[in-house]
Design a binder for this molecule. Sequence first.
Ligand code: 13P
Length: 336
Amino acid sequence: MDKIAQALVAAGRGILAADESNGTIKKRFDSIKVESTEENRRAYREMLFTARGAEAAISGVILYDETLRQSAADGRPFARVLSDMGIVPGIKVDKGAKSLAGCPGETVTEGLDGLRERCQEYHKLGARFAKWRAVIDIAGDGVPTDTCIRANAHALARYAAICQETGLVPIVEPEVLMDGAHDIARCAVVTEQALNALYDELRLQRVRLEATLLKPNMVISGKKCATQAGVDEVAARTLEVLKRCVPAAVPGIVFLSGGQSDLLATRHLDAMNKLDGALPWKLSFSYGRALQAAALQAWGGKAANVAAGQAAFLLRARANGAAALGKWSAAMEKAA
Ligand code: 13P
């Protein structure tokens, strides 16, 4: 499993998060006025997974349960399509963020019941890594509570231990949301709390860190904050927090994009990799929206637009692959 974790953060490569639940993909399809039928979801995912050359920048793809059971038009299951390209198939295994009793407005991610059996089945279907996302909101002075941070860290660690037992590399994702009016300093404090709690629990649950990846938010200003920190500050503050909290045994950190614009998600990653050559872990991406938004627009639900959708996806994949090496430049943003 250590080898899979390392392969997922091989130089210049990162992860495509295409694991939107049916509820979330419906929202994305609504934005382009396409009906969210099983066939439309399949066709959209096929467009992404068959983009030729994506494997140069994409090491793994996170799938949703339905997608892992679907096939390309040529009859090959999607997991096979990806592994034929040298891309590792992964699977989202959590059952979503549910309200946390006693903590109004906060959530804990559920899905531990039956997880071992689900992971065993996913492994048989070809998945080799997994994702579980915890959601931590910042609101006012009192949120997040310690209750929320600890409950989510505990669930992430229990999930990670079960994944490793069943042969899947766990990606642990404690996402501190960028919604809200808080400043970057508050985001730094909360992210540090969440990561410290997470690594305490991972230790307690005897998770082998060498066979995990961390998927964190960047340390960033809240979307509604009047003062938006610039690229260099985001890079410096994010690295400061990660260096304090993430053990060197972890092979890689793959950021979520979290609602950042496509370009900022790329520039932030690039700036971090340009800053410091002596980090203990690889810094790469596991973007959903920041890899897909342009492709979704270009596709618009029409078979005739598949090539345009793939070109838009490849542009973002290559830009982020370069950013994972600290070698992105603005010139890369022009379509080839
Ligand atoms: P975004 O990059 O759109 O935040 O999605 C990544 C993800 O998989 C969240 O769990």
